[in-house]
Design a protein around this ligand. Structure first.
Ligand SMILES: NC(=O)c1ccc[n+]([C@@H]2O[C@H](COP(=O)([O-])OP(=O)(O)OC[C@H]3O[C@@H](n4cnc5c(N)ncnc54)[C@H](OP(=O)(O)O)[C@@H]3O)[C@@H](O)[C@H]2O)c1
Length: 329
């Protein structure tokens, strides 16, 4: 299988190369794609060097599938051209997520909605993926009415430039800035731009994408998304109000049986999910399970995942694995 990775020199793209290798995806030929400034550079895949090409050249090389992580404008311009050439695109940017003609997929939740006709498939926002993976089995059992989520998001969620800003600030060195404010020793309650309703675009992504992936617009979601000076791994405090009553032990047992979810929840041993422990793991970790004592049928929990893996690269590769298992690519 010929696989193009568009954005192969970036944070998500490099992680995709790693995940494709680790999961033994049957790549026979890799086509790394980046911007014109990187054409001719080499990336290493399974110990072999591959030369970076531009998007035009990649199409002429006829890959079977293209994993895009090169920003929204690149996806808007190039994904339709790849699709028109018969290449299935799995896109990590926000460009196609809310397009009603495109599927927004977390394989464990709604992978089965995919068909061979889906030529551009959207990968959700990193914070949304880790949350819906935990919410979905609870929704099936208790029906979710409302979700209040606050995020603690790492700088790799922004890209290479943001990691450089944090490291430069730690060393006291001047350099390019990804954020409007210092991020080291600080917390920034803004991710992406502000919208007219006072929420940020990231916050509204969490609202709309959750409804779309879970296929239920009746779930009310309100979000506050926050950037913190952690290099990798996003954390979320999630408060969920259900329609039906639950037992904490049952919630735990449902989550323990959910594919891709690991429960880490032993307060007596100070065990709970942390970004440091989620690093380079494909699973989503959940803990601090407890009743909201101020409101009936309501649960509090803490969800952590590696944003570059399940939040981006792993989810995209899992979609490719599903398409391959159906013999659609
Ligand atoms: N970071 C996360 O946790 C995360 C999670 C989910 C989704 N995403 C999404 O994934 C995308 C990439 O994020 P990132 O963090 O990997 O960013 P990044 O580290 O800044 O990498 C961007 C990549 O896109 C390439 N690129 C830029 N313009 C291009 C063009 N015209 N044609 C082809 N390639 C081009 C860059 O190539 P050069 O090296 O040549 O500039 C680089 O490989 C974004 O859309 C982001 O929203 C990120």
């Amino acid at each position: 299988m010929k696989v193009a990775v568009v954005g192969a020199t970036g944070l998500v793209g490099s992680k995709m190369l790693q995940v494709l290798t680790e999961r033994n995806f049957p790549v026979t030929e890799l086509i790394p794609v980046a911007s014109e400034k990187s054409v001719g550079k080499e990336v290493t895949f399974k110990g072999k060097p591959y030369k970076v090409v531009n998007a035009d050249t990649a199409i002429s090389m006829k890959p079977d599938v293209a994993l895009f992580s090169a920003g929204g404008s690149t996806s808007l311009e190039w994904a339709p051209k790849f699709a028109a050439a018969g290449i299935t695109v799995i896109d990590n940017s926000s460009a196609w997520r809310m397009d009603p003609t495109k599927k927004l997929v977390v394989p464990e939740v709604n992978g089965k909605t995919l068909t061979p006709e889906d030529k551009i498939i959207a990968n959700p926002n990193c914070s949304t993926i880790q949350m819906v993976l935990v919410l979905n089995p609870l929704h099936e059992k208790y029906k979710i009415k409302r979700v209040v989520v606050s995020t603690y998001q790492s700088v790799t969620g922004t890209g290479v430039k943001a990691v450089d800003q944090l490291m430069n600030e730690r060393k006291g060195v001047e350099g390019e800035k990804a954020y409007a404010h210092q991020i080291d020793l600080n917390v920034i309650p803004q991710i992406d731009v502000f919208l007219e309703n006072g929420y940020t675009k990231e916050e509204m992504k969490m609202v709309k994408e959750t409804n779309k992936i879970m296929g239920d617009d009746s779930i009310r979601v309100t979000a506050t998304t926050v950037r913190i000076p952690v290099i990798g791994g996003h954390s979320e405090s999630v408060n969920v109000a259900f329609d039906k009553e639950f037992e904490l032990a049952d919630v735990r047992s449902v989550l323990e049986k959910t594919a891709g979810v690991i429960v880490v929840d032993d307060p007596s041993k100070q065990q709970y999910p942390m970004p440091k422990d989620a690093h380079d793991k494909d699973e989503v970790f959940v803990g601090r399970l407890r009743r909201d004592e101020t409101q009936e049928k309501t649960l509090n929990m803490w969800i952590v995942a590696d944003n570059l893996r399940k939040g981006a690269a792993t989810n995209a590769v899992q979609i490719a694995e599903y398409l391959h298992s159906q013999k659609w690519i």
